[in-house]
Design a protein. Structure first.
Length: 183
């Protein structure tokens, strides 16, 4: 199955929770016309309305946009000061195709269970942390940028790099907040 669309996921969650459109409009402050366009798939919301919808429906913004990430919402308040999650600022545009711009704040959830295709934060040796899509291929760990540019080549490590400490996967991206100048 391909990437789900925003409108498919929005309609699904509304139906599952038996929420009326008018009640969702009231709860989020989004106008009826805009909400109708979101539900029909005519338009996708800008960052603030996406945040309001995800918050009101208690789902992750990235999941609502159709990405293959956990559906559950990780609250910044719940994770603030917690050792289970932290914010990472995207240092470059290597994840541009995933709508993660340079300067975006990415909530990283620490986990021992990482699946191929997830966006992860990791570091290798003494390097600064990276944000990349993760894939496992036999005994190799492959980290790929989601950018139309060839500026960010794949980073490939043997699985043993995890056990010898030369590679550390910090966690999985669960939420993205775009930098203010891009809103």
């Amino acid at each position: 199955m391909g990437k789900a669309t925003f409108s498919e996921r929005l309609n699904l969650v509304i139906k599952e929770n038996n929420i009326r459109q008018v009640d969702l409009c009231r709860k989020t402050g989004i106008g009826k016309s805009a909400m109708s366009q979101y539900l029909s798939g005519s338009f996708a919301p800008k960052q603030q309305n996406l945040y309001e919808l995800a918050r009101a429906l208690n789902v992750s913004e990235a999941w609502l946009m159709g990405y293959d990430v956990p559906r559950e919402r990780v609250s910044a308040k719940a994770s603030h000061g917690s050792s289970d999650a932290f914010y990472f600022t995207a240092p470059d545009d290597s994840m541009l195709s995933m709508h993660i711009l340079k300067g975006s704040r990415v909530l990283i959830r620490k986990t021992d269970s990482i699946e191929s295709g997830q966006v992860v934060c990791f570091s290798a040796g003494d390097s600064s942390p990276y944000l990349r899509k993760f894939y496992r291929h036999k005994d190799l760990l492959v980290f790929i940028a989601a950018s139309p540019s060839d500026e960010y080549p794949p980073l490939i490590y043997e699985s043993s790099a995890l056990s010898d400490g030369s590679l550390k996967i910090e966690g999985v991206a669960t939420e993205v907040t775009l930098p203010l100048q891009n809103l």
